[in-house]
Design a protein around this ligand. Structure first.
Ligand code: SF4
Length: 333
């Protein structure tokens, strides 16, 4: 049985005002975050992965607005709420941030202040949502640091962030994201700034915490290896659209969209012969203000059909369903 969603994003569009006009950064994005499952969101830089996360948390930059769509928390329950309709500065939205949805940054220093000990920052985060008193909050902070795999948490709690290694700081970032006891976590490239050994440790930790606490995890990455290791379901994004949405097994064994196939071809293969050239995706992701006409992927797509793919856009993946957004699949269906 498919678990109910904790968050359903439906046909979300986000726009940014720029000197040159309005730029559409997200277009008809739909995805579901379910308890106990990891949704991997993958694509190159500039594909809209982080904008999607920031829109869900309502922390878009000041020139960004939600132009269309819904962000439903607890959909199809009496407490269903559309976060897209809430004032981002409201108490209700501040409660969602932290107490329902925790955020893990790529660079933990984005979430940590140099001037305060990690204990002070954790205790403040714990007391912000459900103040249990200072002594209990300190005990809880020590427990969170221990859960995040920090050795000797009862002494490390009084350390400043600059006294910790990058890996330990990311563990503190994870503890901070868990301070409000959220049931949803968004991790935005949480291991990109770390060396490969620490990356593997942090991913293992995230997976363990996510399974132990039955958390719905949205994991943003540009790395298909991380997707293979972590994800249950995958949303492949290109230029602000979800171009393929499917269980992870299908993405790796039966990829439907030419962009997904291109991403998979560009993963280094251990069986490659020495000096074999890595496969790359030709060209680069266009700027959002230079979105191509038709299918946004057509200038880079090896399967593009001239006269068709450059004049009209294929249908988006239907909300709540697996599929891919490509004319060739529409034709086959
Ligand atoms: Fe390629 Fe055309 Fe499919 Fe776009 S619609 S992915 S250009 S084949």
């Amino acid at each position: 049985m498919v678990e109910r969603s904790l968050i359903s994003v439906r046909e979300l569009a986000v726009e940014f005002r720029a000197d040159t006009g309005t730029v559409r950064a997200l277009d008809s994005v739909s995805l579901d975050l379910r308890p106990g499952r990891v949704l991997g969101v993958v694509g190159e830089s500039g594909c809209g992965k982080s904008v999607t996360a920031r829109a869900i948390l309502r922390i878009l930059d000041r020139n960004g607005t939600i132009a269309a769509g819904r962000i439903l928390i607890d959909p199809d329950t009496p407490s269903e709420t559309d976060l897209a309709q809430i004032d981002p500065e409201s108490k209700q939205m501040r409660n969602v941030r932290g107490a329902r949805v925790g955020l893990i940054f790529q660079e933990p220093m984005s979430a940590l202040s140099m001037q305060y000990t990690i204990g002070n920052q954790l205790i403040e985060a714990i007391r912000a949502h459900n103040d249990p008193g200072k002594t209990v909050a300190r005990q809880r902070a020590i427990q969170l640091l221990g859960d995040a795999g920090i050795p000797r948490p009862e002494t490390r709690i009084d350390a400043y962030p600059f006294q910790l290694s990058g890996g330990l700081r990311q563990r503190v970032g994870i503890a901070l994201a868990l301070a409000g006891d959220p049931d949803i976590l968004i991790a935005d490239e949480p291991t990109t700034a770390l060396d490969v050994t620490t990356q593997a440790q942090i991913l293992t930790l995230l997976r363990r915490l996510q399974m132990d606490k039955n958390i719905a995890l949205m994991l943003i990455t540009h790395d298909m290896g991380v997707i293979a290791q972590m994800a249950d379901d995958v949303a492949v994004m290109y230029l602000g659209r979800v171009v393929e949405y499917a269980p992870v097994h299908d993405v790796f064994h039966r990829p439907q969209h030419p962009y997904t196939r291109a991403l998979l071809r560009s993963v280094p293969d251990l069986r490659a012969t020495p000096r074999q050239r890595l496969s790359t995706i030709g060209g680069a992701v266009p700027q959002s203000n230079a979105r191509p006409t038709g299918c946004p992927f057509h200038p880079r797509c090896p399967e593009a059909m001239p006269g068709r793919c450059d004049t009209a856009a294929p249908k988006p993946v239907p909300p709540g369903e697996a599929g891919a957004s490509c004319f060739r699949l529409e034709d086959a269906a």
